[in-house]
Structures are given as structure tokens and as C-alpha cells.
Design a protein around this ligand. Structure first.
Ligand SMILES: *[C@@H]1O[C@H](CO)[C@@H](O)[C@H](O)[C@H]1NC(C)=O
Ligand SMILES: *[C@@H]1O[C@H](CO)[C@@H](O)[C@H](O)[C@H]1NC(C)=O
Ligand SMILES: *[C@@H]1O[C@H](CO)[C@@H](O)[C@H](O)[C@H]1NC(C)=O
Length: 232
């Protein structure tokens, strides 16, 4: 208890001393003097003296300071590197650093204040998966697996049920997978061959029947006048 009291006393005293030896809020300490700070966007050109205030000048192009300061130099503006998946959201000004954001089709992997440090390309879903959630500037693409009897090539937003060939009056030629639909076809090659043969036979029969009919009619027509002459 006593020890704690002593520690507290020392701490309070130290704090008290620091408070008095520190400069005011809008001042900075240099060579034991308190000088007025420069406004954001400016840096110190000459520190203050007993007779003069601080001399401030604007930050040169492509440099900035975003706080009241007693600095001799401004900071270099950050670059939004396309190699890191970034582009400029806000250009650098004298009083604010460049703000970077992810390129189109990228999402931010690390955010510092309101600027992105680096970004990754959105993932693509594999065949057999569907896009559950399209990627944004802050989140990657979310994929979901297709279930049995459905398919997606990786870019669908839903798994589609396999086609039913029978309902279209067709036959299943190739079974479906989770990444591809069933393939339907008119019929298999054997039935095409059978069909051709049957059609051929029917044509031959028809031609024969008609041919015979015409032949007998022709024969009859030739015999009738013969009989007529006979009766005469
Ligand atoms: C940043 O400045 C450049 C030219 O200095 C300009 O082409 C570009 O459009 C600006 N970008 C933004 C986001 O303001
Ligand atoms: C999807 O399937 C893969 C492998 O087939 C598996 O590793 C993964 O955990 C599955 N994802 C979900 C959300 O079920
Ligand atoms: C998936 O199919 C759609 C439409 O059929 C097509 O536009 C897309 O390029 C296909 N994606 C892949 C990864 O094959």
C-alpha cells in the first residue's frame, strides 16, 4: 500500500513536470524553445527565435504533411502500384497522401486508414462450383459446390439441373457431370441404320406394287382393242 502510494506520487510528479516542460498544443520543441507549428501542407523553413515566429513554406510537388508539424521536410507521396493490384482513388495533395484502391476485379488484402496497401485478384470458381458471392473491392469471390444432379462450369451463379432428354423426346448420349450438362441426341447409330434399311425396303415394295399395277393396266388397255377387233 505504501509502495503503491510512493509510485503514484512519483508518477504524478513526473507527469506534472512533463506537462510544464512540454510545449503548448500548437507548438513544437526545438533547442529547448517552443515554436509555433506549421499548418498541414507546410513544413518549417526557419525555426522560431526569441524575436521571430516559425517560418513555414508549402510542401513541394509530390510531397505532403497531413498534420500540424515542426518538420524540416515533407513526406514523399505514396504510389499506387498496379503490380500490387492498386490504382489511384485520390491524388496526393500537399496536406494528404495519395489514397489507393484495388484495381477492377481485385480486392483489398490490407487497408491502412482509408487507403489500400495491396490487393489480390478475385478468385475464379472451379468447374463443378458456382459463384455464391461475386467479389467486391473488399472481399474475394465465394464459391459453392454443386450437388449431385446439377452442374456449373465455374461462372454460373447457380448450379443448373441436368437436362432430361426423355422429356424432349431425345436420348441421353453422354451422362452429365457436376461441370457439364447431359448430352442429348436424336437416336443412336444402330437405329439410324435400321431406319434407313426399313425405309429402303418400304420404298422398294411401294415401287414394285405400283409398277406392277401400271404394267397390268397397260397390258389390259392393249388387250381390250384386240378383243374389239375380234368381235367386229
Ligand atoms: C490524378 O491526377 C492525374 C493527373 O495529374 C489525373 O489524370 C487523374 O485523373 C487524377 N486522378 C484522380 C482520381 O483524381
Ligand atoms: C467443395 O468441394 C471441395 C473438394 O471437392 C472441398 O474441399 C470443399 O470443402 C467443398 N466446399 C464446400 C463449401 O463444401
Ligand atoms: C460458362 O458458360 C458461359 C455461358 O454458357 C460462358 O459465357 C462462360 O465463358 C463459361 N465459363 C467457363 C469458365 O467456361
Amino acid at each position: 500500500m505504501i509502495n503503491l502510494g510512493i509510485v503514484l506520487f512519483i508518477a504524478v510528479t513526473l507527469n506534472f513536470k512533463l506537462c510544464f516542460s512540454a510545449c503548448a498544443r500548437a507548438e513544437y520543441k526545438i533547442h529547448g524553445e517552443c515554436c509555433p507549428t506549421c499548418a498541414p501542407g507546410n513544413h518549417v523553413y526557419w525555426h522560431c527565435t526569441v524575436d521571430t515566429s516559425t517560418t513555414c513554406v508549402p510542401c513541394p510537388v509530390s510531397t505532403y504533411i497531413d498534420e500540424p508539424n515542426g518538420l524540416d521536410k515533407c513526406f514523399s507521396c505514396s504510389v499506387c502500384d498496379t503490380g500490387l493490384g492498386l490504382k489511384i482513388k485520390k491524388n496526393c495533395t500537399r496536406s494528404a497522401d495519395t489514397v489507393c484502391e484495388p484495381l477492377e476485379g481485385f480486392y483489398c488484402a490490407e487497408q491502412k486508414k482509408d487507403s489500400c496497401s495491396y490487393a489480390f485478384k478475385h478468385s475464379e470458381c472451379h468447374p463443378g462450383q458456382y459463384v455464391k458471392q461475386t467479389g467486391t473491392a473488399f472481399s474475394d469471390t465465394a464459391c459453392g459446390n454443386c450437388t449431385e444432379g446439377t452442374y456449373s462450369n465455374g461462372s454460373f451463379t447457380d448450379c443448373q439441373p441436368h437436362s432430361k432428354c426423355e422429356t424432349k423426346g431425345l436420348k441421353e448420349i453422354k451422362p452429365g457431370t457436376m461441370s457439364s450438362d447431359v448430352e442429348c441426341g436424336k437416336s443412336n447409330p444402330l437405329s439410324i441404320i435400321v431406319g434407313v434399311i426399313v425405309t429402303g425396303l418400304i420404298v422398294i415394295v411401294l415401287v414394285t406394287v405400283f409398277g406392277m399395277k401400271i404394267y397390268y393396266k397397260f397390258k389390259q388397255n392393249r388387250q381390250t382393242p384386240d378383243r374389239g377387233t375380234e368381235t367386229k
